[in-house]
Design a protein around this ligand. Sequence first.
Ligand SMILES: [Fe+2]
Ligand SMILES: [Fe+2]
Length: 553
Amino acid sequence: MSQVVLLESKKRLIQTLMQRSILLPPAFIQKLDESSISKLISRLDDSSLPPVSSSSELLQVLRPDWTTQKSIQQQSSSAVPQSQSSPSSFDPYKAGSPCPGRSHPHPVAVDVDLGDAGDRQRARMESGEFKVRVVSDYNEKPKKREMTDFVAYFNARYKALEGILRGRSELSGVISISRVLQKKGKEKISIIGMVMEKTVTPNTQSVILSLEDPTGTVRVLFSKKNPDIYAAVKDVCEDEVVGVIGSTGGSSDNPIIFGNNLLVPDVPLTKELKKAPMDHPGYAAFISDIHVGSKQFMEDNFLKMVHWLKGTAGNEAQRALASQVKYLFIGGDLVDGVGIYPGQEEDLAIKDIYVQYQRVSELIAQLPESIKIIMIPGNHDAMRLNEPQPSLYKDICKPVWDLPNAMLVSNPTVVNIHGNESFGGFDVLMYHGYSFDYYVANVESIRTNGGYDRADLIMKYLLQRRHLAPAHTSTPYIPDSARDPLIISNVPDFFLTGHIHRTRVSSYRNVTLINGGCWQDITAFQIKTGHTPEPCRVSLMDLHSREVRLLRF
Ligand SMILES: [Fe+2]
Ligand SMILES: [Fe+2]
């Protein structure tokens, strides 16, 4: 390829990027070869795919292809189990960024058939004195998604959250937006709508929310006169569903509502603090983000925890405590993955994804079989990024699937644990937390009160919204036309997350909030971004007293 042709190709790429307002560093473009340029231009010009909106999204096309990578790994390592079939649904657009970090790949549909292995696993987990039962996880058959699916998805979300809001007594007199628009003069009203836009007026700093319901759209203005309401409105994110109490105003050409109160779906104040009965004691341990395969994975510390749970480490009291642990929850990012971010190879001690999962299984297999282990995937796992993420693929993660006391479920998922004839058990909502980066960056009360150090504020925010990623851009997702699987339909007893690598335990209206921390030492990416992880901590809950202890290993 002559230099002249290459130069012309680069010019064409730059023009195409400018037309789409996407920036790539000139030094990066300088290094591109003809093949990479052609891949980038093809992606930008491909009208059959959703338009690219960011440079990180565009650069996914230059990531190594999964199928190719897999065949290379199979040739290079006889230690790994041979795959039965490739993950047909893998899409290179799904690859993400380091944890924590962001990118917004395109929604894709994938096969999530659990088959016999899933049935056997679940039957084992539901048996015995200490039961684990799946309440809700995502196991949909593959389906091509159309634009109409997005519309149906948002309608389903609106309907579900509107239903929760209508349960609030303050909103008993709710009317449709079209009826509000017919009103003349000043009248007290209450409405429920999805936030289409949030703006701040330059002079008075009033916040204007554009709300939409199936009948119309209206603007609602919140002034600074009530500081509490104003602070709550400033925290509102686009696409969440809220209730508003206010009064009509403006003109027929330019109607507006003056907002007096803002209501979110929230957790009812009547949420019960469930406790396991005296005759059915037990402990649950919560961890997250193991990152096996990373050079920074703190394996010695992880093994200390394993030895403690086996009863081969610790003093008498500590060993007695370990013997009561019946459940271990792992909140995703079991491995560091391969090809997750540019240059990751330099950070990997294990460069083969199969060997990474093999090592996970070797570590977890050392735990007593009496402990039931529940695992969800995260953004570093060999899995699509779009949420809900199905349970880990059986072929890539076969050694983990084969563990007799493990259960692999989707992200998010709800499982019920510890139930018996006289006790209904605890509902545990598990979500890796890929949307958290958005809320740290965009919600003022979280950003100014600790940001990444305050996973509890993020979890509380999401519980109040009854949605794990209310803002459309906060996580890549699958637009399920029948329902929105990221809605928190039923309030859980425990809410477990991970992703931000800092342990946090808190409570909101009798829901225990736990971020599982990590087992990975600080990475170069985290040093660059000023993020300080807190590795090697286990949150241990006494299911009878609901007290949580933090153990360091
Ligand atoms: Fe992580
Ligand atoms: Fe993560």
